[in-house]
Design a protein around this ligand. Structure first.
Ligand SMILES: Cc1cc2nc3c(=O)[nH]c(=O)nc-3n(C[C@H](O)[C@H](O)[C@H](O)COP(=O)(O)OP(=O)(O)OC[C@H]3O[C@@H](n4cnc5c(N)ncnc54)[C@H](O)[C@@H]3O)c2cc1C
Length: 584
């Protein structure tokens, strides 16, 4: 595989921009399926296949904000006290699959069927589950799991003792069943989820180390190389633009004989479209970019899962993952275990999950107030995404809430500082997400610096449904923590602190001060009809072009109640099938 610069005008049949989650999977499948075609994959970041921070499951999160991260932030969020919210994205071969937190799950079947219902023939649970399973080998998974895909997934072999109380606490005290088979279209329940870890090495299994080795010699890979623009050409008397290639940051043009496929992710695929003159007139005009295709949906429809959390100080007899960061002797012993191939805290990734609809979360099961707030917020909207979200509120199969049992401290207040009384103590956190928030925002090029960091404005919590939903979620988390047997593992609520937050208004203030994202932006080059602000059609072709496609998290039309990577791999697998079929 190459990583040196190419001469100007070098030609390939297909150019895939972005060697991340989808880009590597797609380029690998194209190289396998189109043996006579030449394919170039271009990634802005370096290869880092031997990086412990990427490979070692227990070090997940350690690469955030570092050299493998684009480290974007949002603009100040009006409804969150003008806080800017950290928005990491992988800048490395493997993209965000190299830095994510390893959850391997799926949403409810109906959520994929919705993609077809909003105008995309052939995109539904049946086709997406087949594509997602093509990506996966779920070692020890229930019957029907993917058995021969490149990405290996497994339920984590390390479960800290205090975490064993999580599943019985939820299933015994709430109307939420234990569901060990949550990847088959019915995720409601409490369970361990698999994680994308290769059981033999106990390393992260991700696009760069699982797909790429399967590629043929017809795939060339350029790393440390940023694409700044797609070259477009409109033949005289033709309606559609043709993508003829890409321009690199050093000015080199590379030619694509057949297609250019954008896999630069939900933040940067729309950026590249805008840099190439595809998007809203106002956005392009402000940046001085001539418009080639008028496509108002580019960069709009930004959707993300809202995240809140509570943390508890463990009784001294329980050992938490925090110990690795505070006790060098313990860390060295655990590292030695890893080197010997033995299970230990460097494998620990948490892994307890609840997925539930509102009726299972709200005391007494009456969700009418929340549903009423949602209707009041967007009930009159003709927008297809909002309509689907309202429909899903009435569907008991669709999760509206996720709670993750996270071993160790993962809050906003910060781990107790060195020298303080609580330094060295262990914690657990309940991280919770609102699965279908109604807030939606945008990502656009910065008119002052179009090729630099984009302007991300998710408009988090801009409506009363999202706010009231987060209050319910936080109260639910506290009720879980106070129920047995979980109540018996902790001594005090560390964050927010029982004395500090008691009323709904206290919770609202806490939400304004601490809400984050679960890092799942999607929808910014949505696969929707053009009249509904779509950017790509159901063959993933950008409207107004003949041969420019987008295949990554940007195309997901309606936010789903799952961590997105399985869907993103599924999108790449389906994109490969579509392109290979079109080629023949
Ligand atoms: C911290 C974090 C934790 C997460 N945890 C989970 C989880 O546990 N489970 C889960 O399912 N999902 C998780 N996600 C989300 C999931 O990982 C992403 O949705 C998914 O990986 C996105 O894939 P993608 O192909 O759309 O984009 P990416 O994987 O981000 O790929 C885009 C690639 O394009 C490259 N690129 C961008 N612009 C250019 C350019 N101009 N030229 C060349 N290259 C370019 C980037 O460097 C990157 O490699 C998490 C995300 C984050 C940030």
């Amino acid at each position: 595989q190459e990583s040196q610069l190419l001469p100007n005008g070098r030609q390939y049949d297909y150019i895939v921009v972005g060697g991340g989650t989808a880009g590597i999977a797609l380029a690998t499948r194209l190289s396998q399926g189109l043996k006579s075609a030449s394919i170039l994959l271009i990634e802005a970041g370096p290869a880092a296949l031997h990086e412990d921070g990427i490979n070692v499951p227990g070090l997940k999160g350690s690469t955030l904000g570092g050299k493998y991260d684009w480290s974007f932030t949002t603009v100040p969020q009006t409804h969150l006290k003008n806080r800017t919210i950290f928005t990491p994205r992988g800048r490395v071969l493997g993209g965000t699959s190299a830095i994510n937190l390893l959850t391997w799950d799926r949403a409810a079947a109906v959520e994929y069927d919705n993609w077809e219902a909003v105008g995309n023939p052939g995109w539904n649970w049946e086709t997406m589950t087949a594509a997602m399973e093509k990506a996966e080998t779920y070692v020890g998974g229930p019957p029907g799991s993917g058995a021969s895909g490149p990405i290996e997934a497994v339920i984590n072999r390390v479960v800290p003792v205090h975490q064993e109380s999580f599943i019985p606490t939820v299933s015994n005290n709430f109307p939420i069943p234990f569901n060990p088979d949550s990847l088959q279209g019915n995720p409601i329940g409490v369970m361990y989820q698999p994680e994308n870890i290769a059981p033999a090495s106990y390393n992260r299994s991700y696009s760069a180390n699982a797909y790429l080795p399967l590629a043929g010699g017809n795939l060339a890979v350029l790393t440390n190389t940023q694409v700044t623009k797609i070259n477009l050409y409109k033949p005289p008397l033709r309606r559609l633009h043709r993508a003829t290639g890409v321009v690199l940051a050093n000015g080199t043009s590379i030619t694509a004989r057949r297609e250019v496929i954008l896999c630069a992710g939900a933040i940067q695929s729309p950026q590249l479209l805008e840099l190439s003159g595809i998007g809203q007139r106002g956005v392009l005009g402000a940046a001085g970019i001539p418009q080639r295709v008028d496509l108002p949906g580019v960069g709009e429809n930004y959707q993300d899962h809202l995240r809140v959390q509570v943390s508890y100080q463990l009784k001294d007899e329980f050992l938490a993952g925090d110990e690795i960061n505070t006790n060098a002797t313990f860390a060295a012993e655990e590292w030695a275990k890893r080197l010997r191939g033995e299970p230990g805290f460097y494998d620990d990734t948490g892994g307890g999950y609840v997925f539930a609809d509102w009726k299972r979360v709200v005391p007494g099961g009456d969700d009418s107030a929340l549903v009423g707030l949602a209707r009041a917020a967007v009930g009159g909207s003709a927008d297809v995404g909002h309509r689907k979200k309202l429909e899903m509120l009435d569907d008991a199969r669709v999760p509206q809430v996720e709670v993750i049992f996270s071993d160790g401290y993962t809050g906003v207040r910060g781990y107790p500082p060195v020298g303080s009384e609580l330094y060295g103590r262990g914690f657990f956190s309940l991280i919770a997400g609102l699965m279908h928030p109604l807030s939606r925002g945008s990502v656009h090029i910065d008119p002052a610096n179009p090729g630099g960091k984009p302007v991300i404005d998710p408009r988090f919590v801009d409506n009363e449904y999202d706010m009231a939903g987060l209050v319910e979620i936080l109260k639910f988390c506290r009720r879980i923590a106070r129920a047995e047997p979980l109540r018996s593992v902790w001594v005090a609520e560390y964050e927010p602190g029982e004395g500090l937050v008691q009323t709904d208004e206290d919770w609202r203030e806490y939400i304004r001060n601490t809400t984050l994202t679960i890092f799942h932006p999607m929808g910014t080059a949505a696969m929707l009809p053009r009249k509904d602000c779509g950017v790509v059609d159901s063959k993933l072709i950008v409207y107004g072009t003949a041969n420019l496609r987008v295949a990554d998290a940007s195309i997901i039309p309606v936010e789903m109640s799952a961590h997105p990577q399985t869907a993103v791999y599924g999108i790449a697998e389906r994109a490969a099938e579509i392109i290979i079929t079109a080629h023949r």
